[in-house]
Every structure is written in structure tokens, then in C-alpha cells.
Design a protein around this ligand. Structure first.
Ligand code: GCO
Ligand code: MG
Length: 402
């Protein structure tokens, strides 16, 4: 039996922070796992380094399901984003090792290709409507067949989802920036620019929009109804999913498809949403939801209810997490779409390999394991830099969901 001889936690910041778990076996096989949780990176790093890594030494890397249960059930304290991101990193690294030992890409171990490629959506945004339209045109030129459109609400400085420069990076300050939020202004404005995108570019591509937890169920119902003619692929996170039942009200008033789940991390967080068919797409990511082993079960549950996958894939999930996502996307029956935001150029210096993009799709290669390697020497040049997501306040100064 091969055994785990080393587990180390690596933190780097090539333009943004990433946490990576490296597991090495006695046979010299190395597996990589993504443990990045935006703005809470060091909490996961400490959880892994202080509480998980010592438990891994001497264990059999081949027993992935047993390891998952050991780390989830065995520790008594369970669920939550920090725990589930730490468990995910171990799980991903063990799948990487299993693939490398077998000489097969991970998607083959998950059942093989259920499709030829993984359809992705990218982001288009603008500080005003003309610049949003230019950005949509750029995304179309790059071959994307699915585009998320966001524009800054006039008078609402720092609207979420809008790029400053080439990349959208919301974790932008050493202490959280405070941003104003005005729901009525958003509700008046957003349907008008989504309509302009359709007027300009037609209907032969998927148009997505992220509401980012900004509405009440009743407001979301109104919003969804007001954009029905625009044929959105989805409206994302129309309201927080803390109370899963609140989606029923939205559902009963609009046929605009609903996606949610990027801040959720376990099958129990989505059980009601899925089994009551209150949503259409489930957005849990491999990185934040217990890894490939757990997310595969979430998608299998969703398959029973015709809910499809639509995994979160922002730049705050590392290229290792993104690679793991694409392997899983390749192998499941109820794949919907994968978010693919891309990364700042410096990120390529640390992460080598990974899925390749062509004509609106991501493709994994035939390398064994996850097909991506972490360059420790390059990573060591970039020190962790504190970066926090903003906080939203309504016009009266009270805190709103960001
Ligand atoms: C998305 C998301 C992100 C989040 C970010 C927070 O749909 O891609 O909403 O942009 O805001 O992942 O860390
Ligand atoms: Mg989102």
C-alpha cells in the first residue's frame, strides 16, 4: 500500500490570493488540491495545516471516499465553507493522485466523457451601457455562446460584477470597502440594459445575469417576470438561499430560470431547493463543496429533479479547482453550463496546464490526474496580500447582503 508522507499548504498571490494543498505519497506521486476561499484564505490554510495535514500522514491515498467521511463525519464539527473547502482540497488532491497512479485523466475515473466539451459562460460588464455592449461584442468575438451581462447602476458607485480594467476582482481592498446599494434604482435599470443587449445582439446566444443576493423574493419575482421576453438563460442568486423555501414565491410568479448556490457548500444546503424543484441550476463548486466526491452526489441528487449544474467559476477559484470542475462537468449527465471568468496573466506563471478554451467550450486533455501542476518556485515570489470583498449598505446606511 502506498501512503501519504507529506501534506503541505501553499499560499501565493499572483495578482490574487490562492491556497493550494500539496499531498505527496511514499511512491513520490504528488496531488494538488485547491483550498481558496476569497477573503478567508488564511482560515482554510490554518484549518488544513493545523488540523488536517497531521491526520493524513500514513494514510492510504487510494481510499478517497473513506478519507472524505473521516474528515467530514470523523471530526464532529461539519459543514460550512471553511470545513468544506478544506475537505475539498484533500479530495481533489487524492483524485489527482488516483489519476496519476492509474495513468488516466480524472474524468475517465468518474465514468468517462458524457459530452465532447464543457460549455462555458464568460462575463461582460460596463460602467455604463455603451461599454457593456462593447464588452459583449468582445466576448462574442472570442467565441463565447453564453455571456453574463452586468452594468453599473447609475448613481450606485461600485456596483458588483463590473470590471475595472481587464479583470473583475471584487476582493479589492486590504479592509472591506463599503459600497452603496439602491434596490429600486437597480430594479428600474437592469431590465433596460438587458433589453439593449438583446436589441443589439439578438437572441442566438445565452444571456445570463447575476442578481447577487440583492432582492427579496417578491422583488425577485417582479424582476424575473419583467425580463421574461428577454429569454435569460438564468437569473442568478435572486435572493439569499439561507431560507430555501423563499424560492417558492419567486418560482410561482416567473418562468425566468433560476440559478443559485455559489455560497453554499453541502448537499443538505440545497436538498429542499432541488427536491422541490425551486431552481433550475445549482451553482456549488468543487472547491467550496467538499470536492469532486461530494459535488458528484449533489449533481446526482439534482439529476432526479431535472436541475442542472452551473458551477461557480470565478477567478477566486484557482486553476486547480477549475480543472477539477471541468473533469466533473465532462462526466455527469445533467451538466448545464460552467462559469469561466479567466485569470490575470500572472496566474499562468504559477499554474501550468489545465483545460484549454476553444469556441465557447473548455476541454480537458489526456494527461493523467487533473492535468495541472503548481510551480512552487514561481509561487514563492508572490506573498499573501490581504484582500477583502466589499460590504454593501443601503442608502440609509444599513447593511445589505453583498
Ligand atoms: C460569480 C460570483 C463572483 C463572486 C465572488 C466572490 O457569479 O462569479 O458572484 O463574482 O462575487 O466569487 O468571491
Ligand atoms: Mg454569482
Amino acid at each position: 500500500m502506498d501512503t501519504i508522507v507529506e501534506a503541505s499548504v501553499l499560499v501565493t498571490c499572483p495578482a490574487r490570493n490562492f491556497v493550494t494543498l500539496k499531498i505527496t505519497t511514499a511512491d513520490g506521486v504528488v496531488g494538488w488540491g485547491d483550498a481558496t476561499l476569497n477573503g478567508r484564505e488564511l482560515a482554510v490554510a490554518a484549518y488544513l495545516r493545523d488540523h488536517v495535514a497531521p491526520l493524513l500522514i500514513g494514510r492510504d491515498p487510494a481510499r478517497i471516499e473513506d478519507m472524505w467521511n473521516y474528515l467530514f463525519r470523523g471530526v464532529y464539527w461539519r459543514r460550512g465553507p471553511i470545513t468544506m473547502t478544506a475537505v475539498a482540497a484533500v479530495d481533489m488532491a487524492l483524485w489527482d493522485i488516483k489519476g496519476k497512479v492509474a495513468g488516466l485523466p480524472v474524468y475517465q475515473l468518474l465514468g468517462g466523457a458524457a459530452r465532447d466539451g464543457v460549455r462555458v459562460y464568460t462575463h461582460a460588464s460596463g460602467a455604463d451601457v455603451p461599454s457593456l455592449l462593447e464588452d459583449v461584442a468582445r466576448a462574442k468575438e472570442r467565441g463565447f455562446t453564453a455571456i453574463r451581462a452586468q452594468a453599473a447602476v447609475p448613481g450606485v458607485e461600485g456596483t458588483y460584477g463590473v470590471k475595472h480594467g481587464a479583470y473583475y476582482e471584487p476582493a479589492n481592498a486590504a479592509l472591506p470597502e463599503e459600497q452603496a446599494w439602491d434596490t429600486p434604482a437597480y430594479l428600474r435599470f437592469a431590465p433596460t440594459y438587458l433589453a439593449k443587449v438583446r436589441e443589439e445582439f439578438g437572441f442566438d446566444f445565452a444571456l445570463l445575469h447575476d442578481v447577487h443576493h440583492r432582492l427579496t423574493p417578491q422583488e425577485a419575482a417582479r424582476f424575473g417576470r419583467s425580463v421574461e421576453d428577454l429569454d435569460l438563460f438564468w437569473m442568478e442568486d435572486p435572493t439569499p438561499a439561507d431560507n430555501q423555501e423563499s424560492f417558492r414565491l419567486i418560482r410561482s410568479h416567473t418562468t425566468t430560470p433560476i440559478a443559485t448556490g455559489e455560497v453554499l457548500s453541502s448537499i443538505w444546503d440545497v436538498q429542499h431547493l432541488v427536491s422541490e424543484q425551486l431552481i433550475d441550476y445549482i451553482r456549488l463548486s468543487v472547491t467550496h463543496s467538499g470536492g469532486i466526491s461530494h459535488l458528484k452526489k449533489v449533481f446526482a441528487l439534482a439529476e432526479l429533479y431535472q436541475v442542472r449544474s452551473g458551477s461557480h467559476g470565478p477567478s477566486d477559484i484557482s486553476p486547480i479547482g477549475q480543472a477539477a470542475a471541468v473533469h466533473l462537468d465532462m462526466a455527469i449527465a445533467n451538466f448545464g453550463i460552467q462559469e469561466f471568468m479567466g485569470y490575470p496573466d500572472l496566474v499562468d506563471e504559477v499554474f501550468h496546464g489545465g483545460p484549454t478554451y476553444a469556441d465557447g467550450y473548455l476541454h480537458v486533455g489526456e494527461e493523467s490526474g487533473l492535468g495541472i501542476e503548481y510551480d512552487e518556485q514561481a509561487a514563492a515570489r508572490f506573498d499573501y496580500t490581504a484582500r477583502y470583498l466589499p460590504v454593501a449598505r443601503r442608502l440609509d446606511g444599513s447593511v445589505h447582503d453583498w
